[in-house]
Structure formats: structure tokens, C-alpha cells
Design a protein around this ligand. Structure first.
Ligand SMILES: NC(=O)c1ccc[n+]([C@@H]2O[C@H](COP(=O)([O-])OP(=O)(O)OC[C@H]3O[C@@H](n4cnc5c(N)ncnc54)[C@H](O)[C@@H]3O)[C@@H](O)[C@H]2O)c1
Length: 488
């Protein structure tokens, strides 16, 4: 890390403090109403400028109060809209080159490339002292999540994961009801999703698909990044990479950080201690299920166990289902009420001794069903602590950009809803489900018969990041990294 880039970042912080404290002539007189001194602007770059990256960089730019100085995307077509929106930004295809060449000019990066890129890109930015906004799930595997959590502290950067529902006042409402004692002690949680809504549980594409003209072999190599090299296929890029372990994290990775976030935050959960799962099968011939270890399954059911937390005096059975499988309607909720979010295949249900709390994705539509028959809903005039609710996505990216300017450990940083101190352990929990699913798929043939030797309850030592009763599962804690793409 060069000192000069740190001094630019310190300058941003110090100069805004100085301006606030010592200017005799008010700033709006010098610069006009709405004037923002250049030193108050954050220089941001995007890694992944198409797909979600497009709205992430626009939201962090915040209607021009910050500068977008660089954009990086392996696919110029995907990045086209962002490039047109920010014509002065330097365009790169290789984020390693961008971070190296513009080390002195970039204060902060949004990382919205596919999941397998998050860890290496974020670590590479953080060690240069750049603040990071990383899409959910924070990382592709548990080890990376732990490394990023520790990295953000070590390099003293402001971090935020892109689970924007963390900034939704719906979650504040749920906490208020919990703190007021309406829910009682919790022993069961259900979280469910309609994902996957892309091809998943399908055979591995055969090599030989024709690459679109605008993509080169070099672009594809950059897309692959730390993953294992496979030929281009439209079933990988764009968007569908989600369904393949080489790049994505399946249904859990897609929705877990939005949905599991709610009970994990509310109940202040720590690392899970056990995980167990079962997985939907696919048959293209009689009796013999497809075996596709490269692909995430079409549906799964996962149960995690949590020990009592500081604020919940019971262990918890935490149930996750995907592929459209929902939990059954509890008696306390009237039969004609949607559980979770109306008309959506996603939801959260937290079962306590005094009632049941429900909500949808991002903590939308919070409800508290009490055993005495009363149903609490969120009042329209609910007073949120979030000052940025006029901004897109609950101001999640905007709040991060403001915290970057205020600096590491500032009040603004501390009030972020998903900095890595929180988002890292939460993502680890989400990815525990995937560790169990991949272990469940372990198979060997013995005398012509298949043996699925990983289908067992797994015991987890969170501190050590280790499955203690089945060592084969530990291969899924991390991944092999392709040469040139280490997590450093
Ligand atoms: N928070 C949310 O609501 C939300 C919504 C959608 C996606 N996401 C997350 O955003 C990320 C991207 O998902 P998406 O749906 O936009 O995928 P996508 O495939 O549509 O877009 C990914 C973009 O990243 C680019 N890219 C791929 N590899 C790259 C690399 N090595 N360097 C730079 N750019 C690269 C692609 O060309 C593309 O422009 C994922 O982690 C996903 O989980 C979050």
C-alpha cells in the first residue's frame, strides 16, 4: 500500500472536518447553494458495471455528489450503459490492472461481479486502503468471508455488503416488537425462497459454445478469474453463473443474505454449531438420479442449529428451504393470510413463545401475530433512524459512500447496517448451507453401487472453521485458486 493513496483519503476526511469547523464564510456562499467541495467527493470505481453493478455505482455516485473515476467489466456490452452514463471514467477489463494503475486515484470500489470474484477483488482493493461495497453474498466460500472480515479491520477500510434490506426500516420495526417482548423466546425459524429462478440442477454444458463476437478469449479468462477454467457457455454468463459452484452460490447465495439476515440480526446469532440438509433429485431416466457435483441443486432443505444468544435464551432450529418449497401455515396465522411477503415465494417466520413474527425479502411487510389474537403491523408513520430513505435501495450504497468520507470507525461507519463485522459472520452462516449441500452430493461407486458418504449431520466449530465429525466436508470451506488470482 502506497502512502500517497492513504494521504488522499485522509485529506478527504481532514479537509471536510476543517471546512466544517473553521470557515468564516459559509461554504454555500463560496460555491453556491448545493456546492460540494471537490475534497468532499469520493472517487469511486466499479468492478462489475453491468447487471447489479450498474445500479450499485449509480447509487454510490449519489446524483453526482461523488466522482466515478473508473469502471471495470470483462464484457463491454454489459458495461455499455454505465460507460455511457460516466463517459469520463477510465474503462478497464482487468480489475487487477485498474487497482494497480489507479491506486492513487480511487478511494472506494463497488464490487458487483459474480460471486467467485468478490473475495479476490475486495481483498485486493482493501489492502490498498480502498473502501469496499461488496455485493451479497459477501464471498463464494466461508474462508473468504472470514478473511474479508479480518481484512476490513486490518486495513481500516469502511465496508458494506450489498444486502440492502439491512437498511430497510422493516427490520427496525421487527426489533422494536422483539425488544418490547411481544415475541418471547425463539426456538424455531423458517426462511424460504422461490429461487432458483434460472436453470439449476441441469447437466454441465458441453464444451464448444460459440463465444459472442464482442468477447475475446482474454475476456473469458478474466471472467473465470480464480475459478477453474471452463469453456464459455451462455449457461454461465451473464447471470446464469449462479447455478454452478465454480462461480455461484445457488439459491442460498442469491437470497440467503436478504432473508437469513432478518433473524440473524434480530436474534444476534453467532456461528451455527450443526448443519444438516437434503436435496431435490433430478431424473432423466428411471431410478438413477443425475449426479451433477458441478451444479447447485434444483431445491434444498437445510437445518442449522444455533446455541442461545445474548438476547435469546434458547437454542434455535433454523430451517431454510428453496426451490419454491414453503413451510406450513402455523395455526396462529389466519388461513387466508399470506405467510411472508404477499404474492412472493420468499419469506421469514420467527416462532417465539408468545407469537410469530413474519416478513418478506428485505424485511418488507413485517407482522407480529400474538397468541392473544392481536396482529401488529408497521404504522405508516414509523420513525426510522435511517436518514437516507429518500435514496434508492433504502440509501444502502449512499450511506456507505458517506461513511467512507467520514472515515474508518466514524459515527457514520458505525451506523452502517452491513459492514463486514456483521456481514462476514452472517455470510458464513449462509454458506454453511452450501457446505452441507456439497457434502450431501459426495458420491463414490463401489462394486457398481453408488455410495453417498456425506449425507450426515455435520458438527461445526465456528472459531476454527472446521467440520469436526466428517473431514471430507472441510474441502468446501475454501476453494483452490487459479494461478494469478490468490486471495491476498
Ligand atoms: N442486492 C441485490 O439486490 C442483488 C441483485 C442482483 C444481483 N446481486 C449480486 O450482484 C452480483 C452480480 O450479479 P448480477 O445479477 O448483476 O450478474 P450479471 O452476470 O448480470 O452481471 C455481472 C457483471 O459483472 C461482470 N463481470 C463478470 N466477471 C467480471 C470480472 N472478473 N471483473 C469485472 N466484471 C466482471 C459481467 O460482465 C457483468 O457485467 C452477484 O454477486 C449477485 O449476487 C445483488
Amino acid at each position: 500500500m502506497k502512502n500517497i493513496s492513504n494521504s488522499r483519503r485522509n485529506f478527504i476526511k481532514k479537509s471536510s472536518t476543517a471546512l466544517a469547523g473553521f470557515y468564516i464564510v459559509p461554504r454555500h456562499v463560496i460555491g453556491g447553494v448545493g456546492y460540494t467541495a471537490p475534497s468532499d467527493r469520493l472517487n469511486i470505481a466499479a468492478i462489475g458495471a453491468g447487471g447489479k453493478g450498474h445500479s450499485d455505482i449509480i447509487n454510490a455516485w449519489s446524483d453526482g455528489i461523488n466522482n466515478v473515476v473508473a469502471l471495470c467489466d470483462v464484457d463491454s456490452n454489459m458495461a455499455k450503459r454505465a460507460v455511457e452514463k460516466f463517459p469520463k471514467a477510465k474503462f478497464y477489463k482487468d480489475f487487477r490492472m485498474m487497482l494497480h494503475e489507479m491506486e492513487d486515484d480511487i478511494d472506494a470500489v463497488t464490487i458487483s461481479a459474480p460471486d467467485h470474484i468478490h473475495g479476490v477483488a475486495a481483498m485486493s482493493a482493501m489492502r490498498r486502503g480502498m473502501h469496499v461495497y461488496v455485493q451479497k453474498p459477501l464471498t463464494h466460500n466461508i474462508y473468504e468471508a472470514r478473511q474479508l472480515t479480518e481484512g476490513a479491520r486490518k486495513y481500516k477500510v469502511v465496508s458494506q455488503m450489498g444486502n440492502q434490506g439491512a437498511s430497510n426500516p422493516g427490520q427496525e420495526q421487527l426489533k422494536k416488537w422483539f425488544d418490547e417482548g411481544h415475541l418471547g423466546t425463539v426456538d424455531t425459524v423458517h426462511v424460504w425462497t422461490n429461487r432458483p429462478v434460472w436453470p439449476q440442477g441441469i447437466p454441465v454444458p458441453k464444451p464448444g459454445a460459440v463465444m459472442p463476437e464482442h468477447l475475446s478469449a482474454k475476456d473469458w479468462d478474466l471472467f473465470i478469474g480464480p475459478a477453474e477454467m471452463v469453456d464459455y457457455d451462455p449457461l454461465y454468463h451473464p447471470f446464469k453463473w449462479r447455478g454452478w459452484w465454480n462461480f455461484g452460490t445457488g439459491a442460498l447465495g442469491d437470497m440467503g443474505c436478504h432473508l437469513i439476515d432478518v433473524p440473524f440480526r434480530l436474534l444476534q446469532l453467532g456461528y451455527p454449531t450443526e448443519v444438516e440438509c437434503s436435496v431435490g433429485q433430478v431424473f432423466t431416466r428411471d431410478w438413477v438420479p443425475e449426479h451433477i457435483p458441478e451444479g447447485c441443486p434444483p431445491s434444498s432443505s437445510v437445518q442449522l442449529r444455533f446455541e442461545p444468544s445474548k438476547i435469546n435464551n434458547s437454542s434455535i432450529k433454523f430451517n431454510w428451504t428453496d426451490g419454491g418449497i414453503k413451510p406450513f401455515h402455523p395455526d396462529i396465522i389466519p388461513a387466508d393470510h399470506d405467510i411472508g411477503e404477499s404474492g412472493s415465494g420468499n419469506g421469514v417466520m420467527i416462532i417465539g413463545t408468545k407469537g410469530v413474527m413474519t416478513c418478506g425479502t428485505y424485511g418488507l411487510e413485517p407482522k407480529m401475530y400474538k397468541k392473544d389474537g392481536e396482529v401488529l403491523t408497521m404504522p405508516k408513520d414509523f420513525e426510522s433512524v435511517n436518514p437516507y430513505l429518500d435514496k434508492p435501495e433504502f440509501g444502502h450504497q449512499h450511506a456507505w459512500a458517506e461513511a467512507c468520507k467520514a472515515g474508518y470507525d466514524s459515527k457514520e461507519h458505525q451506523s452502517l447496517t452491513s459492514s463486514f463485522d456483521y456481514a462476514g459472520p452472517m455470510t458464513e452462516t449462509v454458506l454453511m448451507g452450501n457446505l452441507a449441500i456439497r457434502s450431501y452430493g459426495l458420491m463414490r461407486e463401489k462394486k457398481g453401487r453408488r455410495e453417498y458418504y456425506g449425507r450426515k449431520k455435520l458438527i461445526w466449530d465456528g472459531e476454527k472453521m472446521e467440520i469436526t465429525n466428517f473431514d471430507d466436508a472441510n474441502q468446501f470451506v475454501s476453494r483452490p485458486y487459479r494461478k494469478g488470482w490468490k486471495l491476498v
